[in-house]
Write a protein that binds this ligand. Structure first.
Ligand SMILES: Cc1cc2nc3c(=O)[nH]c(=O)nc-3n(C[C@H](O)[C@H](O)[C@H](O)COP(=O)(O)O)c2cc1C
Length: 480
Protein backbone atom coordinates (compact mmCIF):
# COMPACT_ATOMS: atom_id res chain seq x y z
CA UNK A 1 0.00 0.00 0.00
CA UNK A 2 1.12 3.54 -0.74
CA UNK A 3 1.88 6.17 1.90
CA UNK A 4 -0.73 7.90 4.03
CA UNK A 5 0.97 11.27 3.81
CA UNK A 6 3.64 13.04 1.83
CA UNK A 7 5.86 13.37 4.90
CA UNK A 8 5.73 9.59 5.40
CA UNK A 9 6.90 9.21 1.80
CA UNK A 10 9.68 11.77 2.32
CA UNK A 11 11.10 9.88 5.28
CA UNK A 12 11.02 6.56 3.39
CA UNK A 13 12.62 8.26 0.38
CA UNK A 14 15.35 9.63 2.64
CA UNK A 15 16.04 6.14 4.03
CA UNK A 16 16.43 4.90 0.42
CA UNK A 17 18.89 7.73 -0.41
CA UNK A 18 16.29 9.27 -2.74
CA UNK A 19 16.09 12.52 -0.77
CA UNK A 20 18.99 14.68 0.44
CA UNK A 21 18.82 17.69 2.71
CA UNK A 22 20.22 21.16 2.04
CA UNK A 23 20.75 22.87 5.40
CA UNK A 24 22.25 26.13 4.12
CA UNK A 25 19.97 29.12 3.54
CA UNK A 26 19.00 29.20 -0.14
CA UNK A 27 17.58 32.02 -2.21
CA UNK A 28 14.28 30.96 -3.90
CA UNK A 29 14.64 33.60 -6.61
CA UNK A 30 17.49 31.69 -8.35
CA UNK A 31 19.59 29.39 -6.18
CA UNK A 32 16.99 26.81 -5.18
CA UNK A 33 15.96 25.96 -8.76
CA UNK A 34 19.58 25.82 -9.95
CA UNK A 35 20.44 23.33 -7.19
CA UNK A 36 17.29 21.31 -7.95
CA UNK A 37 18.37 21.00 -11.61
CA UNK A 38 21.73 19.38 -10.94
CA UNK A 39 20.54 15.89 -9.99
CA UNK A 40 18.52 15.75 -13.22
CA UNK A 41 21.14 17.32 -15.47
CA UNK A 42 24.18 15.52 -14.06
CA UNK A 43 23.27 12.22 -12.43
CA UNK A 44 22.17 9.00 -14.12
CA UNK A 45 18.63 7.81 -13.43
CA UNK A 46 19.73 5.17 -10.87
CA UNK A 47 21.56 7.61 -8.61
CA UNK A 48 19.27 10.61 -8.78
CA UNK A 49 17.61 12.09 -5.68
CA UNK A 50 15.29 14.93 -4.73
CA UNK A 51 16.18 17.79 -2.39
CA UNK A 52 14.71 19.09 0.84
CA UNK A 53 15.65 22.72 1.42
CA UNK A 54 15.39 23.23 5.15
CA UNK A 55 15.95 26.99 5.14
CA UNK A 56 14.50 28.99 2.27
CA UNK A 57 15.17 32.71 2.56
CA UNK A 58 12.04 34.68 3.49
CA UNK A 59 9.88 31.68 4.43
CA UNK A 60 9.15 29.70 7.58
CA UNK A 61 8.40 26.58 5.48
CA UNK A 62 10.96 24.03 4.26
CA UNK A 63 10.62 23.19 0.58
CA UNK A 64 11.11 19.87 -1.22
CA UNK A 65 11.25 19.08 -4.92
CA UNK A 66 12.32 16.41 -7.38
CA UNK A 67 11.58 13.46 -5.11
CA UNK A 68 8.45 11.86 -6.62
CA UNK A 69 9.98 11.69 -10.07
CA UNK A 70 13.69 11.37 -9.35
CA UNK A 71 13.67 7.98 -11.06
CA UNK A 72 11.54 4.91 -11.66
CA UNK A 73 12.78 3.74 -8.27
CA UNK A 74 11.50 6.84 -6.45
CA UNK A 75 8.18 6.54 -8.31
CA UNK A 76 7.88 2.92 -7.13
CA UNK A 77 8.77 3.92 -3.56
CA UNK A 78 6.11 6.65 -3.73
CA UNK A 79 3.51 4.06 -4.73
CA UNK A 80 4.80 1.52 -2.21
CA UNK A 81 5.37 -1.13 -4.90
CA UNK A 82 8.33 -2.60 -6.80
CA UNK A 83 9.36 -1.07 -10.15
CA UNK A 84 8.02 -4.18 -11.95
CA UNK A 85 4.59 -3.63 -10.36
CA UNK A 86 4.06 -0.01 -11.48
CA UNK A 87 2.14 -0.71 -14.72
CA UNK A 88 0.02 -3.41 -13.07
CA UNK A 89 -0.76 -1.10 -10.11
CA UNK A 90 -1.93 1.57 -12.55
CA UNK A 91 -4.04 -0.93 -14.51
CA UNK A 92 -5.70 -2.08 -11.28
CA UNK A 93 -6.40 1.50 -10.25
CA UNK A 94 -7.94 2.32 -13.63
CA UNK A 95 -10.08 -0.82 -13.69
CA UNK A 96 -11.02 -0.66 -9.98
CA UNK A 97 -10.97 3.00 -8.92
CA UNK A 98 -11.74 3.67 -5.25
CA UNK A 99 -14.01 6.64 -4.48
CA UNK A 100 -12.80 9.07 -1.80
CA UNK A 101 -14.38 9.49 1.65
CA UNK A 102 -15.25 12.79 3.33
CA UNK A 103 -13.84 13.71 6.73
CA UNK A 104 -14.73 16.66 8.99
CA UNK A 105 -11.32 17.59 10.38
CA UNK A 106 -8.01 17.48 8.57
CA UNK A 107 -4.28 17.94 9.15
CA UNK A 108 -4.19 20.28 6.13
CA UNK A 109 -6.43 22.70 8.05
CA UNK A 110 -4.53 22.81 11.36
CA UNK A 111 -3.69 26.44 10.52
CA UNK A 112 -6.18 28.54 8.53
CA UNK A 113 -5.11 31.84 7.04
CA UNK A 114 -7.81 34.03 5.47
CA UNK A 115 -8.25 37.77 4.82
CA UNK A 116 -5.13 39.82 5.51
CA UNK A 117 -3.25 36.72 6.65
CA UNK A 118 -3.18 35.40 3.07
CA UNK A 119 0.26 36.23 1.68
CA UNK A 120 1.75 34.08 -1.08
CA UNK A 121 5.13 35.68 -0.37
CA UNK A 122 5.13 33.75 2.94
CA UNK A 123 5.55 30.54 0.90
CA UNK A 124 8.90 29.27 -0.47
CA UNK A 125 7.75 29.36 -4.10
CA UNK A 126 10.78 29.23 -6.42
CA UNK A 127 11.50 30.99 -9.67
CA UNK A 128 12.20 27.87 -11.72
CA UNK A 129 14.20 29.29 -14.64
CA UNK A 130 15.76 32.38 -13.08
CA UNK A 131 16.47 35.19 -15.49
CA UNK A 132 13.88 33.82 -17.96
CA UNK A 133 10.65 33.14 -16.03
CA UNK A 134 8.77 36.31 -14.95
CA UNK A 135 8.83 35.24 -11.27
CA UNK A 136 7.81 32.45 -8.88
CA UNK A 137 5.52 29.64 -10.03
CA UNK A 138 3.42 27.20 -7.99
CA UNK A 139 3.88 23.79 -9.64
CA UNK A 140 1.54 21.29 -8.06
CA UNK A 141 -1.77 19.46 -8.56
CA UNK A 142 -4.81 21.67 -8.95
CA UNK A 143 -8.42 20.71 -8.15
CA UNK A 144 -11.49 22.19 -9.80
CA UNK A 145 -15.20 21.38 -9.56
CA UNK A 146 -17.87 21.30 -12.25
CA UNK A 147 -20.71 23.73 -11.57
CA UNK A 148 -23.33 21.37 -13.05
CA UNK A 149 -22.27 17.88 -12.02
CA UNK A 150 -20.11 18.49 -8.92
CA UNK A 151 -17.44 16.27 -10.50
CA UNK A 152 -13.92 17.23 -9.52
CA UNK A 153 -10.81 17.20 -11.70
CA UNK A 154 -7.18 17.04 -10.60
CA UNK A 155 -4.40 18.11 -13.00
CA UNK A 156 -1.14 20.03 -12.77
CA UNK A 157 -1.35 23.53 -14.23
CA UNK A 158 1.59 25.80 -13.54
CA UNK A 159 0.57 28.98 -11.79
CA UNK A 160 2.38 32.32 -11.81
CA UNK A 161 2.40 34.19 -8.51
CA UNK A 162 1.43 37.72 -9.55
CA UNK A 163 1.24 39.25 -6.08
CA UNK A 164 0.36 38.19 -2.52
CA UNK A 165 -3.31 37.50 -3.36
CA UNK A 166 -3.41 36.88 -7.13
CA UNK A 167 -2.10 34.23 -9.49
CA UNK A 168 -2.29 33.60 -13.26
CA UNK A 169 -3.02 29.98 -14.19
CA UNK A 170 -1.87 28.21 -17.34
CA UNK A 171 -5.28 26.58 -17.85
CA UNK A 172 -5.31 25.48 -21.47
CA UNK A 173 -8.60 25.10 -23.38
CA UNK A 174 -8.12 21.36 -23.98
CA UNK A 175 -7.70 20.59 -20.29
CA UNK A 176 -10.44 19.16 -18.09
CA UNK A 177 -9.75 21.77 -15.40
CA UNK A 178 -10.42 24.46 -18.01
CA UNK A 179 -13.80 22.95 -18.90
CA UNK A 180 -14.78 22.77 -15.23
CA UNK A 181 -13.81 26.35 -14.42
CA UNK A 182 -15.65 27.48 -17.56
CA UNK A 183 -18.84 25.85 -16.27
CA UNK A 184 -18.87 28.57 -13.57
CA UNK A 185 -17.55 31.44 -15.65
CA UNK A 186 -20.25 30.89 -18.31
CA UNK A 187 -22.83 31.56 -15.55
CA UNK A 188 -20.95 34.74 -14.67
CA UNK A 189 -19.86 33.22 -11.34
CA UNK A 190 -16.32 32.91 -9.93
CA UNK A 191 -14.88 29.41 -10.41
CA UNK A 192 -13.51 27.73 -7.26
CA UNK A 193 -10.04 26.23 -7.51
CA UNK A 194 -7.51 24.77 -5.06
CA UNK A 195 -3.80 23.99 -5.24
CA UNK A 196 -2.87 20.79 -3.40
CA UNK A 197 0.60 20.97 -1.91
CA UNK A 198 2.17 17.64 -0.91
CA UNK A 199 -0.80 15.30 -0.55
CA UNK A 200 -0.22 11.56 -0.38
CA UNK A 201 1.90 10.66 -3.46
CA UNK A 202 -0.92 8.71 -5.15
CA UNK A 203 -2.90 11.96 -5.56
CA UNK A 204 -0.10 13.71 -7.46
CA UNK A 205 0.85 10.67 -9.53
CA UNK A 206 -2.78 10.18 -10.58
CA UNK A 207 -3.20 13.86 -11.46
CA UNK A 208 -0.77 13.75 -14.41
CA UNK A 209 -2.21 10.70 -16.15
CA UNK A 210 -4.09 11.57 -19.37
CA UNK A 211 -7.33 9.90 -18.28
CA UNK A 212 -10.61 10.27 -20.20
CA UNK A 213 -12.90 13.25 -19.46
CA UNK A 214 -15.26 12.55 -16.57
CA UNK A 215 -12.88 10.11 -14.88
CA UNK A 216 -12.10 11.61 -11.47
CA UNK A 217 -8.37 11.34 -10.80
CA UNK A 218 -9.02 11.24 -7.05
CA UNK A 219 -10.70 7.82 -7.54
CA UNK A 220 -7.69 6.61 -9.54
CA UNK A 221 -5.53 7.94 -6.70
CA UNK A 222 -7.58 5.81 -4.30
CA UNK A 223 -6.95 2.82 -6.56
CA UNK A 224 -3.21 3.58 -6.65
CA UNK A 225 -3.09 4.01 -2.89
CA UNK A 226 -5.20 0.92 -2.23
CA UNK A 227 -7.66 2.79 0.00
CA UNK A 228 -9.97 5.82 -0.32
CA UNK A 229 -8.35 9.25 -0.28
CA UNK A 230 -9.74 11.26 2.64
CA UNK A 231 -11.16 14.59 1.50
CA UNK A 232 -12.18 17.65 3.49
CA UNK A 233 -14.18 20.67 2.33
CA UNK A 234 -12.15 23.79 1.60
CA UNK A 235 -12.74 26.60 4.11
CA UNK A 236 -13.80 29.09 1.40
CA UNK A 237 -15.41 26.85 -1.26
CA UNK A 238 -17.11 23.49 -1.80
CA UNK A 239 -14.07 21.86 -3.37
CA UNK A 240 -13.15 18.68 -1.51
CA UNK A 241 -9.37 18.47 -1.04
CA UNK A 242 -7.00 15.77 0.30
CA UNK A 243 -7.17 16.01 4.10
CA UNK A 244 -3.63 14.73 4.64
CA UNK A 245 -1.95 17.29 2.39
CA UNK A 246 0.71 19.56 3.83
CA UNK A 247 -0.98 22.69 2.50
CA UNK A 248 -3.95 23.85 0.44
CA UNK A 249 -4.09 27.16 -1.39
CA UNK A 250 -7.72 28.08 -2.05
CA UNK A 251 -8.88 30.55 -4.66
CA UNK A 252 -11.47 31.61 -7.18
CA UNK A 253 -11.07 32.46 -10.85
CA UNK A 254 -12.55 35.84 -11.54
CA UNK A 255 -14.93 36.07 -14.53
CA UNK A 256 -13.33 38.05 -17.34
CA UNK A 257 -10.05 38.77 -15.56
CA UNK A 258 -6.98 37.68 -17.52
CA UNK A 259 -3.28 38.51 -17.36
CA UNK A 260 0.05 37.59 -18.91
CA UNK A 261 1.40 34.10 -18.13
CA UNK A 262 4.90 33.03 -19.16
CA UNK A 263 7.44 32.80 -20.62
CA UNK A 264 8.05 29.65 -18.60
CA UNK A 265 10.75 26.99 -18.85
CA UNK A 266 8.69 24.03 -20.13
CA UNK A 267 9.22 20.31 -19.76
CA UNK A 268 10.15 19.89 -23.45
CA UNK A 269 13.32 21.86 -22.71
CA UNK A 270 12.36 25.21 -24.17
CA UNK A 271 10.93 28.49 -22.93
CA UNK A 272 7.23 28.93 -23.76
CA UNK A 273 5.96 32.15 -25.28
CA UNK A 274 3.89 34.38 -22.99
CA UNK A 275 0.11 34.04 -23.26
CA UNK A 276 -2.99 35.59 -21.70
CA UNK A 277 -4.51 33.32 -19.06
CA UNK A 278 -7.14 33.41 -16.25
CA UNK A 279 -6.44 35.24 -12.97
CA UNK A 280 -7.45 33.78 -9.61
CA UNK A 281 -7.83 35.56 -6.28
CA UNK A 282 -6.42 33.60 -3.37
CA UNK A 283 -9.07 33.25 -0.66
CA UNK A 284 -7.26 31.11 1.94
CA UNK A 285 -4.06 29.25 2.73
CA UNK A 286 -4.52 26.31 5.08
CA UNK A 287 -1.71 24.07 6.28
CA UNK A 288 -0.29 21.68 8.84
CA UNK A 289 1.40 23.37 11.81
CA UNK A 290 4.85 22.32 10.57
CA UNK A 291 4.01 22.15 6.87
CA UNK A 292 6.52 21.21 4.18
CA UNK A 293 6.01 23.00 0.85
CA UNK A 294 6.47 20.92 -2.34
CA UNK A 295 6.74 21.96 -5.98
CA UNK A 296 7.37 19.73 -9.01
CA UNK A 297 10.61 20.39 -10.84
CA UNK A 298 10.20 20.64 -14.60
CA UNK A 299 12.02 22.45 -17.44
CA UNK A 300 14.97 20.84 -19.29
CA UNK A 301 14.41 17.05 -19.53
CA UNK A 302 14.78 14.70 -17.92
CA UNK A 303 12.89 16.30 -15.08
CA UNK A 304 10.51 15.25 -12.35
CA UNK A 305 7.72 16.41 -14.64
CA UNK A 306 8.74 14.23 -17.60
CA UNK A 307 9.48 11.20 -15.41
CA UNK A 308 6.09 11.16 -13.65
CA UNK A 309 4.16 11.88 -16.85
CA UNK A 310 6.06 9.27 -18.91
CA UNK A 311 5.52 6.54 -16.34
CA UNK A 312 1.80 7.35 -15.93
CA UNK A 313 1.15 7.58 -19.66
CA UNK A 314 3.04 4.36 -20.44
CA UNK A 315 0.98 2.54 -17.82
CA UNK A 316 -2.24 4.04 -19.24
CA UNK A 317 -1.31 2.89 -22.74
CA UNK A 318 -0.52 -0.62 -21.54
CA UNK A 319 -3.93 -0.78 -19.86
CA UNK A 320 -5.68 0.41 -23.04
CA UNK A 321 -3.83 -2.17 -25.18
CA UNK A 322 -4.25 -5.14 -22.86
CA UNK A 323 -7.55 -4.46 -21.13
CA UNK A 324 -9.63 -2.27 -23.45
CA UNK A 325 -8.39 -3.62 -26.79
CA UNK A 326 -7.71 -7.20 -25.73
CA UNK A 327 -4.08 -7.26 -26.90
CA UNK A 328 -3.05 -9.57 -24.07
CA UNK A 329 0.12 -10.68 -25.86
CA UNK A 330 1.54 -7.24 -24.99
CA UNK A 331 3.91 -7.79 -22.06
CA UNK A 332 5.18 -4.37 -21.15
CA UNK A 333 5.12 -0.72 -22.23
CA UNK A 334 7.79 1.91 -21.53
CA UNK A 335 7.95 5.55 -22.61
CA UNK A 336 11.31 7.30 -22.66
CA UNK A 337 11.61 9.61 -19.68
CA UNK A 338 12.43 12.84 -21.51
CA UNK A 339 9.16 14.10 -22.99
CA UNK A 340 6.44 12.99 -20.57
CA UNK A 341 5.14 10.57 -23.18
CA UNK A 342 4.09 13.37 -25.53
CA UNK A 343 5.89 13.44 -28.91
CA UNK A 344 8.16 10.86 -27.31
CA UNK A 345 9.46 7.33 -27.93
CA UNK A 346 7.39 4.40 -26.68
CA UNK A 347 8.70 0.85 -26.59
CA UNK A 348 6.40 -2.15 -26.42
CA UNK A 349 7.36 -5.76 -25.78
CA UNK A 350 5.02 -8.48 -26.95
CA UNK A 351 4.72 -12.00 -28.30
CA UNK A 352 3.32 -11.59 -31.82
CA UNK A 353 0.62 -14.19 -32.47
CA UNK A 354 0.47 -13.88 -36.27
CA UNK A 355 2.28 -12.13 -39.14
CA UNK A 356 1.67 -8.38 -38.98
CA UNK A 357 0.60 -8.51 -35.32
CA UNK A 358 3.46 -6.32 -34.02
CA UNK A 359 2.77 -3.75 -36.76
CA UNK A 360 -0.93 -3.74 -35.81
CA UNK A 361 -0.09 -3.11 -32.13
CA UNK A 362 2.40 -0.41 -33.16
CA UNK A 363 -0.19 1.34 -35.36
CA UNK A 364 -2.84 1.09 -32.63
CA UNK A 365 -0.45 2.60 -30.09
CA UNK A 366 0.27 5.45 -32.50
CA UNK A 367 -3.47 6.17 -32.56
CA UNK A 368 -4.20 5.93 -28.84
CA UNK A 369 -1.16 7.86 -27.58
CA UNK A 370 0.65 11.14 -28.21
CA UNK A 371 3.89 9.28 -29.02
CA UNK A 372 5.92 10.30 -32.06
CA UNK A 373 8.00 7.07 -32.29
CA UNK A 374 6.84 3.57 -31.41
CA UNK A 375 9.17 0.57 -31.37
CA UNK A 376 7.79 -2.94 -30.94
CA UNK A 377 10.16 -5.67 -29.75
CA UNK A 378 9.83 -9.29 -28.67
CA UNK A 379 9.14 -10.24 -25.06
CA UNK A 380 12.79 -11.33 -24.59
CA UNK A 381 13.99 -7.71 -24.65
CA UNK A 382 14.31 -5.44 -21.59
CA UNK A 383 12.53 -2.37 -22.95
CA UNK A 384 14.04 -0.11 -20.26
CA UNK A 385 17.61 -1.01 -21.31
CA UNK A 386 18.65 1.09 -24.34
CA UNK A 387 21.56 -1.29 -25.09
CA UNK A 388 19.18 -4.20 -25.35
CA UNK A 389 16.63 -2.28 -27.43
CA UNK A 390 19.35 -1.06 -29.82
CA UNK A 391 20.59 -4.62 -30.25
CA UNK A 392 17.07 -5.86 -31.01
CA UNK A 393 16.55 -3.14 -33.61
CA UNK A 394 19.92 -3.86 -35.22
CA UNK A 395 19.32 -7.60 -35.22
CA UNK A 396 15.64 -7.94 -36.07
CA UNK A 397 14.53 -4.82 -37.98
CA UNK A 398 14.76 -4.27 -41.72
CA UNK A 399 13.89 -0.62 -42.42
CA UNK A 400 12.01 -0.93 -45.71
CA UNK A 401 10.07 -4.00 -44.58
CA UNK A 402 9.46 -3.00 -40.97
CA UNK A 403 8.78 0.75 -40.92
CA UNK A 404 5.34 2.38 -40.96
CA UNK A 405 5.15 6.13 -41.43
CA UNK A 406 1.94 7.90 -40.45
CA UNK A 407 1.50 11.40 -41.82
CA UNK A 408 -0.94 14.27 -41.19
CA UNK A 409 -1.13 13.89 -37.43
CA UNK A 410 -2.73 16.85 -35.68
CA UNK A 411 -0.54 17.88 -32.73
CA UNK A 412 -2.20 19.40 -29.69
CA UNK A 413 0.94 20.59 -27.92
CA UNK A 414 2.68 23.62 -29.36
CA UNK A 415 6.01 22.93 -27.68
CA UNK A 416 7.40 20.23 -30.05
CA UNK A 417 9.68 22.48 -32.09
CA UNK A 418 10.35 19.99 -34.92
CA UNK A 419 7.43 21.26 -37.00
CA UNK A 420 6.07 24.78 -37.45
CA UNK A 421 2.67 26.16 -36.52
CA UNK A 422 0.94 27.15 -39.80
CA UNK A 423 -2.25 29.23 -39.58
CA UNK A 424 -2.55 28.28 -35.89
CA UNK A 425 -2.35 24.54 -36.64
CA UNK A 426 0.54 22.19 -35.97
CA UNK A 427 0.82 18.91 -37.89
CA UNK A 428 3.41 16.19 -37.50
CA UNK A 429 4.00 12.55 -38.39
CA UNK A 430 4.70 9.30 -36.55
CA UNK A 431 6.94 6.30 -37.09
CA UNK A 432 6.33 2.69 -36.07
CA UNK A 433 9.33 0.37 -36.01
CA UNK A 434 8.57 -3.33 -35.91
CA UNK A 435 11.73 -4.83 -34.40
CA UNK A 436 10.27 -8.23 -33.63
CA UNK A 437 11.98 -11.26 -35.16
CA UNK A 438 10.16 -12.52 -38.22
CA UNK A 439 12.66 -15.18 -39.35
CA UNK A 440 14.16 -18.20 -37.68
CA UNK A 441 16.74 -16.72 -35.34
CA UNK A 442 20.31 -18.06 -35.18
CA UNK A 443 21.53 -19.49 -31.87
CA UNK A 444 22.76 -16.91 -29.32
CA UNK A 445 26.56 -16.60 -28.96
CA UNK A 446 26.55 -17.04 -25.19
CA UNK A 447 27.65 -20.06 -23.13
CA UNK A 448 24.85 -21.91 -21.34
CA UNK A 449 23.27 -20.32 -18.26
CA UNK A 450 24.67 -23.16 -16.08
CA UNK A 451 28.25 -22.45 -17.17
CA UNK A 452 27.86 -18.69 -16.79
CA UNK A 453 26.41 -18.99 -13.29
CA UNK A 454 29.08 -21.49 -12.21
CA UNK A 455 31.78 -19.12 -13.47
CA UNK A 456 30.47 -16.52 -11.03
CA UNK A 457 31.77 -18.64 -8.14
CA UNK A 458 35.31 -18.27 -9.54
CA UNK A 459 34.59 -14.57 -10.14
CA UNK A 460 33.83 -14.19 -6.44
CA UNK A 461 36.87 -16.20 -5.31
CA UNK A 462 39.06 -14.02 -7.53
CA UNK A 463 37.85 -10.98 -5.58
CA UNK A 464 36.51 -9.28 -8.71
CA UNK A 465 33.97 -6.49 -8.07
CA UNK A 466 30.41 -7.61 -7.29
CA UNK A 467 27.56 -6.66 -9.58
CA UNK A 468 23.85 -7.18 -9.95
CA UNK A 469 23.02 -9.27 -13.00
CA UNK A 470 21.02 -6.99 -15.33
CA UNK A 471 17.66 -8.10 -16.70
CA UNK A 472 19.20 -8.08 -20.21
CA UNK A 473 21.66 -10.80 -19.20
CA UNK A 474 18.97 -12.86 -17.47
CA UNK A 475 16.72 -12.73 -20.53
CA UNK A 476 19.58 -13.74 -22.84
CA UNK A 477 20.90 -16.48 -20.58
CA UNK A 478 17.41 -17.97 -20.34
CA UNK A 479 17.64 -18.57 -24.09
CA UNK A 480 21.29 -19.74 -24.18
C1 LIG B 1 5.14 20.01 -13.38
C2 LIG B 1 4.01 19.92 -14.36
C3 LIG B 1 3.49 21.08 -14.89
C4 LIG B 1 2.46 21.03 -15.81
N1 LIG B 1 1.95 22.19 -16.28
C5 LIG B 1 0.89 22.17 -17.11
C6 LIG B 1 0.29 23.39 -17.50
O1 LIG B 1 0.70 24.46 -17.08
N2 LIG B 1 -0.77 23.33 -18.34
C7 LIG B 1 -1.26 22.14 -18.81
O2 LIG B 1 -2.24 22.16 -19.57
N3 LIG B 1 -0.71 20.96 -18.44
C8 LIG B 1 0.35 20.94 -17.60
N4 LIG B 1 0.91 19.76 -17.18
C9 LIG B 1 0.37 18.48 -17.71
C10 LIG B 1 -0.97 18.12 -17.08
O3 LIG B 1 -0.95 18.23 -15.70
C11 LIG B 1 -1.38 16.68 -17.39
O4 LIG B 1 -1.43 16.50 -18.78
C12 LIG B 1 -2.73 16.33 -16.79
O5 LIG B 1 -3.07 15.03 -17.15
C13 LIG B 1 -3.83 17.25 -17.25
O6 LIG B 1 -5.00 16.92 -16.57
P1 LIG B 1 -6.44 17.07 -17.26
O7 LIG B 1 -6.38 16.27 -18.54
O8 LIG B 1 -7.37 16.49 -16.25
O9 LIG B 1 -6.66 18.50 -17.51
C14 LIG B 1 1.93 19.77 -16.23
C15 LIG B 1 2.44 18.60 -15.68
C16 LIG B 1 3.46 18.66 -14.73
C17 LIG B 1 3.96 17.39 -14.12
Amino acid sequence: MSHRSFRDFLSVAEQHGLLRRVRQTVDPTWELACLARWPYQALPNESRFGLLFEDVEGSEFPMATGVLGASRESYAVALGVSQEEINETWANALINPIPPVAVKTAPCQEVVRTGDEVKLSDLPVPTWTPGKDPGPYITTSVMTRDANTGNQNTGVYRTRVRDDRHVVINLNPRRHGHNQTNSWLERGEPAPIAWIVAAEPAVHLASVGAVFPGVQEIEIAGGLKGEPIELVKCVTSDIMVPANAEMIIEGEILPGEMDEEGPFGENFGYMSKPGIKPVARITAITHRKDAIYYGFSSQMPPSESTVIQSIANAALTQKILRHDLGETSVHDVHFDLTFGGQAAHGIISMTPLHPGHAKKVGRTTAEVSSLKRITVVDADVDIRDPTHVDWAINARYSPVRDTILIDDVFVRMAMDPSTPIVDGVKMNSKIVIDATQKLEEPVFSLPSKDMMMKALETWKEAGLPEFEIPKRAHLRLDRS
